[in-house]
Design a protein around this ligand. Structure first.
Ligand code: ADP
Length: 607
């Protein structure tokens, strides 16, 4: 047997880590432990066995001592003392140097038991024939006593008892069988039978011992498991208590936040009934918490004709249980004054996906909206009011600059040209501002019609050539574009072309060329405006179509521009069912392009 391996297994088990995970390992270890306990029990009873043998041996010597048998009995006594001493030495060694090699200890013990049995067997075989009837009876009783008395001493391992018993009985049986009288022959049959009965009792006893030891180990495992469970339970309770303390602390923090927050906070259940509200909610809507808690937030605060946060809307919100933010909703205060609030709704969902409650936050944006409206109205009115006189100023300056009103001094002429150009810039800015205003209020409209985009491209080139000349830039049309029909707003398309071509001219190096290309890509007409300028800086790309977006305001201050043009172009193109974009050019520069659906598709799309 591999003891090193078994010892390792025992170690594993004693750590308790693998016990639950690998029951076979624990079972194997228990079997080894039970075996060790059995061997241990044998050794514990060993001194008693030896002592009894010596004492009974002494009595036997006294009884059997005679002239003829003196020598033999002396030899027998020496043997008895020798075996007894050897067994005692083994016993001492076991307790001094006991290791895990219990097979070996058992082997030595069995040899000792056999030797002791053999000494008694010797007595039976040698002394029985040479003595009187009374002494023979005495000897028979002694041997029977030794065989029976061996049961408690050796039955921890039944086969040790069997060896011991056979060593006593076998020679004695032989003597009985060969003695010559009929009764002794009969006895020689009976004696081994008695021994067999004793061995079977010893066998049963050894099983009882083993079961007892097994139970003891199982009980000790139970104790270990129990204390392990107890420790785990203790740890878990401690963790739970800690979590509870943390939750309570964060609950207190949350309550504090919500109490002091300048925004109104409600906690409502899945039906919209108010469960909790903070002081700011009381201030915003004029209700005390006692008036609102337990009542429907929607019925109390939201007008029935409001498209968001009405009963139907709430049902679908509860069904989806997804957070909502930035909802602008009309609300009614306790004093019937209407206000507009911006709502954020956060559903609290448990781990099985059920909605527990909804945290509703809102703040009054009525004044903010009013201020924005006034600002827009002011910008729009101002722009309109500025545009009318400015248009007539530019018209007058154009009249002067064309020379129709007579020749001017060179210096005056230069000044009027500058005045016309700046007037035009101002008008462009005002027009852009008005467009942006329309985009934001959703009022920007296009008026599409069937048109040949190839002609429109050629016309745009002519219109913008003068502008390009100012920057010393040449503008060319690549190839000879075929006729392509689109369904688009002509005025707005020229506005887009003008913006792209003027940008390309502004950002091209002096003496550079801006190339314009028209082509059909899939079912779209694609117009590209390509320059050899410095390109679009990477950090600016995501913002380029935003309002007032300029990569370098110093350059645009010098060359003109508002940062509104591309934002307007994008919206216009989208209104016409197309898309706009840009890409770096191989060899430097940028290509801005837009695509519009071809005539049939665009017409079909607009119905
Ligand atoms: P702007 O009136 O300032 O030209 P746009 O909206 O038309 O306003 O353009 C926004 C910004 O995008 C410009 O200020 C410039 O920084 C950048 N940009 C536009 N077109 C080009 C181009 N072809 N090359 C380099 N930069 C450009």
């Amino acid at each position: 047997m591999d003891h090193a391996k078994d010892a390792a297994l025992l170690d594993l088990v004693s750590t308790g880590e693998t016990a639950a995970a690998a029951p076979p390992v624990r079972e194997l270890a228990d079997r080894r432990k039970v075996f060790a306990d059995q061997v241990d029990l044998l050794f514990r009873h060993s001194p008693t066995g030896v002592l009894i043998s010596i004492v009974v041996g002494g009595i036997a010597t006294y009884e059997l001592w005679g002239e003829n048998t003196r020598d033999l009995i002396s030899v027998w006594c020496v043997l008895m003392v020798f075996v007894g001493a050897a067994r005692h030495i083994l016993y001492r060694a076991y307790y001094k140097r006991r290791d895990d090699n219990f097979d070996n200890w058992l082997r030595w013990f069995a040899i000792g038991a056999f030797a002791m049995g053999a000494v008694w067997g010797f007595a039976g075989a040698v002394f029985f024939p040479a003595h009187t009837d009374a002494q023979q009876v005495f000897l028979s009783f002694l041997l029977a006593g030794m065989v029976a008395g061996g049961i408690p001493v050796y039955s921890a391992v039944w086969w040790v008892y069997a060896i011991y018993g056979i060593a006593i009985i076998a020679p004695f049986t032989y003597i009985l069988a060969t003695f010559g009288t009929e009764q002794f022959v009969e006895l020689s049959v009976l004696v081994p039978m008695f021994l067999a009965v004793n061995i079977s009792i010893a066998h049963r006893l050894s099983r009882v011992f083993a079961d007892g030891f097994r139970l003891r180990h199982a009980y000790s495992h139970l104790g270990q498991d129990h204390s392990m469970l107890n420790t785990q339970l203790q740890d878990q309770i401690e963790e739970l208590l800690q979590a509870q303390r943390e939750i309570e602390a964060s609950g207190r923090k949350l309550a504090l936040f919500s109490e002091r927050a300048p925004i109104a906070v409600f906690e409502v259940d899945r039906n919209g009934t108010v469960l909790e509200m903070n002081p700011s909610a009381e201030n915003t809507f004029g209700y005390s918490s006692t008036e609102l808690i337990g009542r429907s937030m929607i019925r109390m605060l939201i007008p029935s004709d409001e498209p968001i946060l009405n009963s139907e809307w709430w049902k679908s919100f509860v069904r989806n249980a997804r957070p909502e933010a930035g909802l602008k909703v009309r609300c009614r205060r306790r004093d019937a004054v209407e206000l507009v609030c911006e709502f954020s709704l956060t559903p609290l969902v448990n781990d099985v996906g059920e909605l527990i409650s909804v945290i509703t936050q809102c703040h009054d944006i009525t004044q903010q909206l009013e201020a924005e409206r006034l600002k827009k109205e002011f910008t729009s009115t101002l722009s309109h009011e500025l545009r009318t006189p400015l248009t007539s100023i530019i018209g007058s300056l154009q009249l002067i600059n064309t020379g129709m009103l007579g020749d001017l001094d060179k210096e005056v002429s230069e000044l009027t040209i500058i005045a016309e150009r700046n007037g035009q810039r101002l008008l462009d800015l005002i027009n852009d501002l008005l467009d942006i205003d329309k985009i934001e209020s959703g009022k920007l409209q296009t008026y599409p019609e069937p048109l040949s985009i190839d002609e429109l491209v050629r016309e745009s080139l002519l219109l913008n050539r003068a502008f390009a000349d100012r920057f010393g830039v040449r503008m060319v049309l690549l190839g000879n574009p075929p006729p392509i029909a689109v369904f688009a707003d002509k005025k707005r398309l020229i506005q887009i072309m003008t913006n792209l071509m003027s940008n390309a001219s502004k950002f091209s190096p002096q003496g550079g060329t801006v190339e314009v290309q028209l082509e059909q890509v899939d079912h779209m007409a694609r117009v590209s405006v390509m320059d050899r300028g410095s390109g679009i800086p990477p950090e600016f790309r995501s913002r380029i179509f935003g309002r007032f977006a300029q990569a370098d305001s110093a350059v645009t201050r010098q060359k003109g521009g508002t940062g509104l043009g591309l934002a307007i172009c994008k919206r216009l193109i989208e209104l016409m069912g197309g898309r706009i974009g840009f890409a770096d050019r191989a060899g430097g520069g940028t290509t801005f392009f837009f695509e519009l659906p071809l005539m049939n598709r665009a017409a079909a799309a607009t119905g």
